[in-house]
Design a protein around this ligand. Structure first.
Ligand code: CAA
Length: 381
């Protein structure tokens, strides 16, 4: 396997890094304090191409494939996890679901706007009673002539308070279990769609999350994503790519924490020497660097396989499991190395520590990733 990134992706990496350093990073503290990402900043991210990197050019994307996407997401993670979260929820999940499911007229109606950041998307799968067991979702889609009538509720929906477009999963044939799940695109303002208030979270301040309520929501059949009953497979296939992106984010966030920790270890003097002279600190740095390297290789391997057209369900689950658990360890070590300052709001380390915690939960918990990996190992070949 060639671990050298192709020239065009190295160029992309430098260009995203420049945008992150010059435009996004200076806003990170204010986003945290105000718990708000200005829409104008999302528009700028769109103009810089950040929403379309991994998607096809014919649909308004940048055409860099999943490897390019992961490399860019690593850089984006340096700014503020909430900014990545807007991209991941919009183009990463909502856009990918439409891209995977089709049909073409739905793709062309929505993807160019999602991939340019002109519109923000949300992916609505989880329900109060259906988190890890997503296939048991209860939102119902009843066929009525040329439309479906949707009733139910969704929970923890990233971007919901700001989204213009929602992909929602509802069951059109509950008697068949998850085989009745069907995906639809719904636009903000549709009669029968109510968006709850922004949830208060431990971290990811600035990134919005809310419940959705559907009451007699009428959705034309032309807004269906894929065929009736294909919804669960579309949801899971989308999550393969979502988990890959989250793994890439975790690598980038951990790398940023490591660099800050190395710098602190070199400059913080105690007992007359920089604290990096102590083996206790050296081992933390060495373990972090080793684990980041391993996680990055897992991400690039899974992304390259996706770009070659391979199914990456187990590889994405492995990358997500390892990279997010690794980020938890690296964030903990970074707080420890920074000592009292690592616990203070004044420095971004404390925010990164809180932001990291959700990565082991959303887009499938660590436990669910192990279910997916073990399922692939034990499946009949
Ligand atoms: N791609 C395509 N098809 C897939 C697939 C994949 N990755 N994984 C499974 N399938 C297929 C299976 O082959 C099966 O097909 P058949 O019926 O034809 O045999 C069908 O889908 C159902 O699969 P399972 O029987 O394995 O389904 P299950 O009900 O046992 O559930 C699970 C499997 C892995 C536990 C799944 O429910 C899961 O991943 N749960 C976690 C849900 C999750 O990650 N939620 C996060 C929501 S999004 C979010 O968090 C972020 C946000 O803010 C929006």
């Amino acid at each position: 396997m060639d671990t050298q990134l192709p020239d065009d992706i190295q160029l992309l990496q430098r260009s995203v890094r420049g945008f992150v350093d010059d435009v996004l990073a200076p806003c990170a503290k204010e986003i945290e304090e105000k718990d708000d990402i200005p829409r104008a900043l999302i528009t700028k991210m769109g103009e810089a191409g950040l929403f379309g990197i991994g998607h096809e050019e014919a649909l308004g994307g940048q055409g860099f494939g999943k490897l390019g996407y992961c490399v860019a997401v690593e850089q984006l993670a340096r700014a503020n996890a909430s900014l990545w979260n807007v991209v991941g929820g919009s183009a990463g999940l909502c856009g990918t679901a439409i891209s995977v499911g089709g049909p073409d007229d739905v793709r062309h109606r929505y993807l160019p706007d999602l991939f340019s950041g002109r519109r923000v998307g949300a992916y609505a799968l989880s329900e109060p009673g259906a988190g890890s067991d997503a296939g048991s979702l209860k939102t119902a889609a009843r066929r009525d002539g040329d439309a479906y009538v949707i009733d139910g509720a969704k929970t923890f929906i990233t971007n919901a308070p700001i989204a213009d477009v929602f992909v929602i999963f509802a069951n059109a044939a509950p008697a068949t279990g998850s085989k009745g799940i069907t995906a639809f695109v719904v636009e903000r303002g549709a009669k029968g769609l109510e968006i709850g208030p922004n949830d208060e979270k431990m971290g990811l301040h600035g990134s919005t999350t809310a419940q959705l309520y559907f009451s007699g929501l009428r959705v034309d059949v032309t807004q269906r994503v894929g065929n009736e009953g294909d919804g669960f497979k579309i949801a899971l296939r989308t999550l393969d790519f979502g988990r890959l992106g989250l793994a890439a984010h975790s690598v980038g966030a951990a790398q940023h924490l490591l660099e800050a920790s190395v710098e602190h270890a070199k400059t913080r003097v105690q007992f007359g020497t920089p604290i990096g002279a102590n083996q206790a600190i050296q081992w933390m740095l060495a373990d972090a660097a080793t684990e980041i390297h391993a996680a990055r290789l897992m991400v690039y391997d899974a992304a390259s396989r996706a770009d070659r057209g391979e199914r990456i369900t187990d590889r994405a689950a492995m990358a997500k499991l390892f990279a997010t658990e690794m980020l938890g360890r690296v964030a903990d070590a970074a707080v420890q190395i920074h000592g009292g300052m690592g616990y203070m709001r004044e420095l971004w380390i404390e925010r990164a520590y809180r932001d990291a915690r959700i990565t082991r939960i959303y887009e499938g918990t660590s436990e669910i990733q192990r279910v997916v990996i073990a399922g692939a190992l034990l499946a009949d070949s």
